[in-house]
Design a protein around this ligand. Sequence first.
Ligand SMILES: Nc1ncnc2c1ncn2[C@@H]1O[C@H](COP(=O)(O)OP(=O)(O)O)[C@@H](O)[C@H]1O
Ligand SMILES: [Mg+2]
Length: 431
Amino acid sequence: MKSNDFKPFYFKLYDFKLNDFKLVYFKSKYFKLFHFKSFYFKSNDYICGVKLIICAMESPFIYGKMAESEFFIDREKETAQLLGNFKSLVNTALISPRRWGKTSLVNKTLEMLEKDKGFYAARIDIFNCRTEEQFYKTYVNAVLQASASKLDEWVALMKKHIGSVGPKISLGEGSSSYEVTFGLNFKEVQYSEDEILDLPQRIAEEKGKKFVICIDEFQNVGNYAESLAFQRKLRSHWQLHNSVCYCLYGSKRHMLLDIFGNYEMPFYKFGDLMFLDKIAEADWIPYIVGQFKKTGRLISKELASDIVRKVDAHPYYVQQLSHQVWLRTEGTCTAETVATAHANIIDQMRLLFSNLLDSLTPKQINFLHAVVDGVENFSSKTILDKYELGTSANIKNLRKAMLQRDLIDVLPGRTEIQDPIFAAWLKQQVV
Ligand SMILES: Nc1ncnc2c1ncn2[C@@H]1O[C@H](COP(=O)(O)OP(=O)(O)O)[C@@H](O)[C@H]1O
Ligand SMILES: [Mg+2]
């Protein structure tokens, strides 16, 4: 947090509820005093936090975390489609670039599904699972967590279904969750992997319920040592499950498209393929205006639209830029504030972006500049000369390399830089 984001405030003492000088909540839920080392009384009625910068309003925008409750907007069509798939046990692969809202969408849909007592739902994030063994461990934990609420139920399920692995159960801190650790090396007990993969189906059958398994960052399985064999194994088990459906999602579009869209791959035609879109400007505007209003600040629809357009409606950045604008707004937002906040976000990323460019070849950089300029026909002689891209045969390789680095997205009829702040920064660089 930067100190110039905050200003000292004066508050009437009777607005305080003091708690050990550590955390003081003010009357408004948007005020929080989070550091309280030194204070003095200015008069009988007032307390002053001049020496320390101590006050911050809780932001009415959220980014870098899952969007939930009041922060989650739109996606009616998508939640309905996903919920429909879950209820009728149709497998789904959900794909979009990073930070467009997949995790938030699946979470929202599962919240809706949880009202139906006929379902168990497991959320599994395999971002940190670098090996098959880690995958199995995370998987079994999540499946058991979703289906057993008490330790004795947990132990019973473990004993009954995966006894051959010899798992140990350890109680998590706070004792409300259980962690499973394995006593045996998976490689030594080949067939226990099968038991683990069939576990949701067995539990569903036994309990007379259905199971929805959602696996986030699924593209990671593409990096496992024997990825193809692993994918075959998953597919061969999962396709026999008639009480379970799988929702597999992630960000690396090119990898996921290879996994789900390539007819030589095990997951080809595994289920519905869903491409998540951005949230429309028309949905962002009332949200931004409303969140400002709730906190006693004003922004016009035109400036809210300016925020959305500056970051090309990228969900994460719309929330981040809105937050930065909101922080700088006292009373009513101005065009200048929006411009300053946008420049500030670009500035924060400057070092990262220049390091990124250092790792690219001059032709790759030129290619990115052409994408930013909206070029579509890369093979025309004028474009090849203007951006010094070499021969037209080069273009395919350049595009592939930039796709693999997740720097661009190739959509029907157009090529885009994935990160709108990177695009804005690139525009500022002289070629
Ligand atoms: N439905 C939504 N409503 C409002 N903001 C959203 C929504 N979905 C995503 N966002 C914004 O985008 C950010 C990234 O969302 P997340 O679900 O983590 O994306 P992904 O899983 O695709 O990387 C969130 O922190 C939030 O700022
Ligand atoms: Mg995510």
